[in-house]
Design a protein around this ligand. Structure first.
Ligand SMILES: *[C@@H]1O[C@H](CO)[C@@H](O)[C@H](O)[C@H]1NC(C)=O
Ligand SMILES: *[C@@H]1O[C@H](CO)[C@@H](O)[C@H](O)[C@H]1NC(C)=O
Ligand SMILES: *[C@@H]1O[C@H](CO)[C@@H](O)[C@H](O)[C@H]1NC(C)=O
Ligand SMILES: *[C@@H]1O[C@H](CO)[C@@H](O)[C@H](O)[C@H]1NC(C)=O
Length: 531
């Protein structure tokens, strides 16, 4: 009898090992498990959205998922690339405390396998994407030790970092998670004290500020790669909309400040495939984005198309991937690129053009082409002494605070909050030779007459040749800035356009010409002059 029991135990043991066999190829992905990014410590999207949970199992097996008092059942089916997967859509859960455990049980040929994730919260999940300024870690930002000391006070802001990876085909799951879902601590926000690892300072600060405002758990997924153009983050569908095509570009050799060379992908869609596509089955609240520096000399002309196309394509694909559970117009916030030094980028005028194209040439968002978006202006945050180069300003706190304002209004419906800096409604040329810029900000203008920088300039045309000349501020009021353009008149023509802050580095730190009383800078603009 004892022998028989021993034999049975041995048999069951072998059976369980067999159940959990590890395979290299996707086809034998039979280990019963959650998908890679459903882990302990994660945040699942709260109500009114429904979270989607998925994983792997044996074909046709019954799978039961237990969440609080609720039970969800489904069967394992062949998914994309012939991988057996299961997926359940939960009912909407509000943040009603926690943490929770989520258990999944597979019944297959009389054998039950279980998978468990714990310390789960329901809250808002935000994806943070882009290039090096999004990757820039908490430890590299200003006041790093202060910021890190706050980490333990935010146990419900959870972080995860997707590892650098690329693929020629859309992947269904991550191959490389650099940082699993983690509770914030000095350690989990600094990696192993290596620069450019984790956690993203902007993503963290945005999440922390959002928590202070909402008091609900916030899940932050950081997925970005330094020195990468927008085309790498766009699907073929998005690229097609702008006349761009899938192309297999060789890696770009990026020279770092310390003279080392690092290779970064340039192949269209490569990072979309490996670092975004796998997440499409997870319900999210929205995304923030800090990218554009690389496109200053790479498909710059297409950016006014490629950026809105990528945003809308991400939305379409997330809607599809979560079977309608992620908003089809989910809020998308972004940073209008900051400044840099001429040693990092030539002052050839392309930097301000990218800032403009980030708004689809409107100068502000949201607009017709970029609905439900919000923007943080950052061209007044110059930091030439940044150890990793002026292209990486260390003040990410101001950027996050400006993004938060936009998020409150656009993502959280706070119509009483105006996240915008002053933008003129009209530019009128007076007979005396001045141009009057009229602003309709909800707050008075705060104007400083600048001497050192070409802040406002005017396009004048003589004999068919047009050029920009500096137009000094003659005077200003709460609502107007009056520019002296008499110099232009001497050239025998009327001013055609006024543009503002049209330079690599338009001003010193927080010293541009026009702000409102909330300290929000007027964004760069380009406006036609009425004569
Ligand atoms: C397997 O799980 C199901 C449902 O959770 C349960 O009814 C059944 O008794 C379990 N079987 C075994 C062998 O534990
Ligand atoms: C240069 O910087 C890169 C990125 O920060 C780092 O990986 C590398 O180790 C540095 N090299 C030297 C020689 O300091
Ligand atoms: C994930 O989303 C993709 C794209 O919509 C879809 O093809 C796939 O079936 C989804 N996977 C699961 C497990 O639901
Ligand atoms: C850093 O901390 C100091 C002192 O609290 C504060 O004055 C400063 O604004 C902080 N810097 C940023 C960028 O937040």
């Amino acid at each position: 009898m004892i022998r028989l029991v021993g034999f049975l135990v041995f048999f069951i043991f072998v059976g369980v090992i067999g159940e959990n066999e590890q395979c290299d190829t996707d086809n034998c992905h039979v280990k019963f498990a959650f998908a890679s990014y459903y882990q302990d410590n994660m945040v699942l999207q709260r109500a009114p959205h429904k979270s989607v949970i998925w994983g792997y199992g044996k074909l046709d097996a019954k799978v039961t998922v237990l969440v609080m008092q609720d039970e969800y059942t489904t069967h394992v089916q062949l998914g994309t690339s012939n991988i057996p997967v299961w997926s359940v859509t939960l009912k909407p859960y509000n943040y009603i405390g926690g943490p929770h455990k989520i258990q999944a049980i597979q019944e297959h040929n009389g054998v039950n396998s279980t998978a468990l994730i714990s310390n789960i919260m329901f809250g808002d999940v935000w994806v943070c994407g882009g290039q090096s300024n999004m990757k820039f870690t908490v430890a590299m930002a200003f006041n790093a030790s202060y910021e890190l000391s706050l980490a333990p006070k935010y146990p419900n802001v959870r972080v995860m970092t997707v590892g650098d990876d690329r693929s020629n085909e859309p992947l269904h799951d991550f191959k490389n998670l650099e940082q699993p879902w983690s509770v914030p601590s000095k350690h989990s926000l600094t990696g192993d004290n290596v620069e450019w690892t984790y956690f993203s300072s902007l993503c963290w600060l945005y999440g922390r500020y959002l928590y202070d405002f909402l008091k609900v758990p916030i899940g932050l997924v950081s997925s970005n790669w330094g020195g990468t153009p927008i085309e790498t983050w766009s699907s073929t569908d998005a690229l097609k909309k702008c006349g761009l095509h899938l192309c297999d570009e060789p890696d770009f050799k990026l020279e770092m400040r310390n003279r080392t060379i690092t290779k970064v992908p340039r192949s269209n869609s490569a990072l979309w495939n490996a670092m975004i596509h796998p997440m499409l089955n997870m319900t999210i609240k929205g995304a923030i984005w800090y990218q554009g520096e690389t496109n200053y000399d790479y498909h710059n002309a297409e950016y006014a198309c490629s950026f809105p196309a990528m945003i809308n394509d991400w939305r379409d694909k997330w809607l599809e991937g979560t079977r309608g559970q992620t908003d089809k117009k989910f809020p998308f916030g972004f940073v209008q690129i900051s400044t840099t030094t001429e040693s990092d980028r030539p002052n050839d005028g392309q930097y301000p053009v990218i800032r403009w194209r980030q708004t689809a040439n409107y100068g502000y968002v949201p607009n017709e082409k970029m609905r439900n978006t919000f923007m943080a202006v950052a061209m007044d945050l110059a930091d030439n002494d940044s150890p990793t180069g002026g292209i990486h300003p260390r003040d990410k706190q101001t950027v996050a605070a400006r993004l938060l304002l936009g998020s409150m209004r656009v993502a959280y419906g706070r119509k009483d909050i105006n996240p915008d800096g002053p933008l003129p409604q009209s530019a009128v040329h007076t007979p005396a030779g001045y141009v009057v810029l009229s602003y309709q900000d909800d707050q008075p203008l705060v104007v400083t007459k600048q001497q050192d920088f070409a802040i406002f300039d005017v396009e004048v045309c003589c004999d068919g040749e047009c050029s920009m000349v500096v137009a000094p501020i003659a005077s200003y009021s709460n609502r107007h800035v009056i520019l002296d353009t008499r110099k232009c008149l001497e050239k025998g023509d009327s001013p055609k356009f006024i543009r503002y802050a049209w330079a690599l580095t338009p001003c010193e730190y927080k010293k541009c010409s026009v702000y409102n009383t909330r300290g929000l800078p007027g964004p760069p603009f380009y406006i036609e002059v009425k004569n």
